[in-house]
Structure formats: C-alpha cells, structure tokens
Design a protein around this ligand. Structure first.
Ligand code: NDP
Length: 287
C-alpha cells in the first residue's frame, strides 16, 4: 500500500507544482528568518545569503547567530544582522519585526521557523509545558505576522510557516509539539481565506516537513524513528523556493509527505498503524 501511495504522492506533487523558480527572485529581498542559529533556519540563511538577499536572523544564542551572520556576509548577503532573544515572549516577537522596519523600512518575506524544546516521550500531563510551547511555537508566529502585515501588504510579500507532518496527523510521544503545529495550520489557513476575500496580496506557504537530519532532531528522535532523515540543506532550499513561488503548501520530502496525506484521507486507521510502526516501541525514556 505504502509504495504505490508514495508513487502517487510524488506524481500529484510534481503535477501540481509549477517550477519557474529562479534564485534571482530573492536578490535584494528583505527576509526575516527565525530560529536561524542552527538546523534548517541556519541553512535557509546561507541559501538566502548566496542569493543576495538582506537577512535578519533571530534565535536565543547570540554567539551562534554572530557566526551565522559572518558566514552569510562571506556568502554574498546584501546585508546580514541578528536579534537575539526568546520567542516565549510575544513582545520580543514584535521587537524583531520592528527591527526590520527600522533597518530596512519594509519587509518582503517572513520565514517563521523556530521551535522551543519539547520532549519525545509519553505525555506527562504537564499543562504548563503545553502552554509555554504554544507561546513559543504558535503565539509568537501570530504576533510576528500581525506586526509584519502592514509591511508585507505594501511589498505584496510572503509569509512562510515551517510546520511538520505532526501538524497534519498525530503521532505518539509528541503531543505538545503536535498541538502547536496543528494550531499553525488552523490559524494560517483561515488567514489565507481572509486575504483572498479582502484582496490582500500576501502569500502564505505552509511547509509540511518529514524527518530532517538537523542536529537537534537527530539527538531527540533518531534513536526512535525507523525512517531515514532527509538533508537539511535541500529542505531549506525547498522552503525558500516554495515561499518565492507563493505555493500554498510545501511537502518535503515530497513522496513521503504527499503519500501520507493521501492515505490520511483514504484510510486514516491504516495511516495511524503505519505511523506507530515507524516508531520504536521501547521509547519509554525518562525525559
Ligand atoms: P533546530 O532545533 O535545529 O532549530 C531551532 C531553532 O529555534 C534554533 O535556531 C534555536 O536557537 C531556536 N530556538 C529555540 N528555542 C527558541 C526560543 N525560545 N526563542 C527563539 N528561538 C528559539 O530545529 P530544526 O531546524 O530541526 O527545525 C526547524 C523547523 O522545522 C521547526 O519549525 C520544526 O518544527 C520543523 N521540522 C523539523 C523537523 C526535523 O526533523 N528536523 C521535522 C518536521 C518539522 P537557540 O537555541 O539559539 O534559541
């Protein structure tokens, strides 16, 4: 069942994805990337730099951001700077966007990518952890969008929201994380409707990612997941490409994610069984 569905997924994905992307599309564009000190966000910063964009990078760890900024300048960024702080605080989320306004006087692309730490284990009943994670992974995305919207309307720009297959179908051991990713889909797909009704020419791209080989994902879940991870460098490029092309959704890796989503509509119980069989059962770890 899985192999033909993956084939069908791939066919549907490529049939529906016109590919007239050019790296020139990003030259001189003003782009915020959140969660840019490591992982996929760091790789997006490097791609954007090579393409000649202006980048404003955000995360908590100043020393790492400083290094990423230096590398971006070496790679040819039109300009590169960072703001450090925690997205647990929505006032900080607004501050990051204000920094773009003060520096550039406008914004073309807002890439929302950061996530706070969560455990990979049975749900432990900690409601406060869920609340905090919602603030970091969801509410800060909303706050940044609200603050950036006047600039994005003016530039007819783009919002790129990095989500996960866990924001489309639940899996074991990730209840708080999965909840924050489902929230993103609900909020941003509703907003997309309103933009269309109101003739607001700001695109919203939701990126549905499978397992990617970032250091943090490898550390937290690689021991417990049977699937092979996909490369973060390629994933980062696909996110930028889908945002520039103003696509509604990115599925990466395409065959696995599109296949999963097709199966979710056709046979959700079978999909759940496959998801559980992909997770190694002895995962009753102590945090
Ligand atoms: P990483 O853990 O590598 O990067 C997370 C980034 O967020 C870092 O730059 C981190 O920097 C920053 N961050 C963490 N906490 C905060 C905070 N409180 N405030 C501000 N920034 C913070 O993650 P990935 O690159 O693996 O994931 C990137 C995106 O891709 C996420 O949205 C994730 O859900 C999604 N994704 C990833 C998958 C994977 O397998 N890797 C699978 C599916 C989706 P610092 O610690 O310096 O603050």
């Amino acid at each position: 069942v899985v192999i033909p569905l993956m084939g069908l997924g791939l066919a549907v994905y490529f049939y529906s994805a016109p590919d007239n992307f050019s790296e020139e599309m990003l030259r001189g564009k003003r782009v915020i990337v959140t969660g840019a000190s490591s992982g996929i966000g760091e790789q997006m910063a490097y791609h954007l730099a090579r393409m000649g964009a202006h980048v404003l990078l955000m995360a908590r760890t100043e020393a790492k951001l400083q290094k990423v900024v230096e590398r971006c300048l070496e790679l040819g960024a039109a300009s590169a700077r960072f703001v450090s702080g925690s997205m647990e605080n929505t006032a900080f989320a607004e501050e990051v966007v204000k920094e773009a306004e003060n520096t550039w006087g406008g914004l073309d692309m807002l890439i929302l990518n950061h996530i706070g730490y969560s455990y990979f284990n049975y749900f432990d009943g900690d409601v406060e952890h869920v609340r905090k994670l919602l603030e970091t992974n969801f509410l800060s995305y909303v706050a940044m969008t609200v603050t950036a919207l006047p600039m994005l309307k003016e530039s007819e720009g783009s919002i790129v929201v990095v989500s996960s297959v866990a924001g489309k179908a639940g899996g074991p051991f990730i209840a708080p994380y999965s909840a924050t990713k489902f929230a993103l889909e609900g909020f941003f797909s509703s907003l997309r409707h309103e933009f269309i009704i109101d003739n607001v020419n700001v695109s919203i791209t939701l990126c549905i990612l499978g397992f990617i080989d970032t250091d943090s994902a490898m550390r937290v879940v690689s021991h417990a997941i049977r699937a092979a991870p996909s490369p973060k460098e390629e994933c980062a490029l696909e996110i930028i490409r889908s945002g520039a092309l103003r696509q509604r959704e990115l599925h990466y890796p395409p065959s696995i994610v599109t296949g999963m989503l097709l199966l979710r509509g056709l046979a959700p119980d079978l999909l759940d069984t496959l998801i559980r069989s992909n997770v190694i059962k002895s995962t009753r770890l102590e945090a």
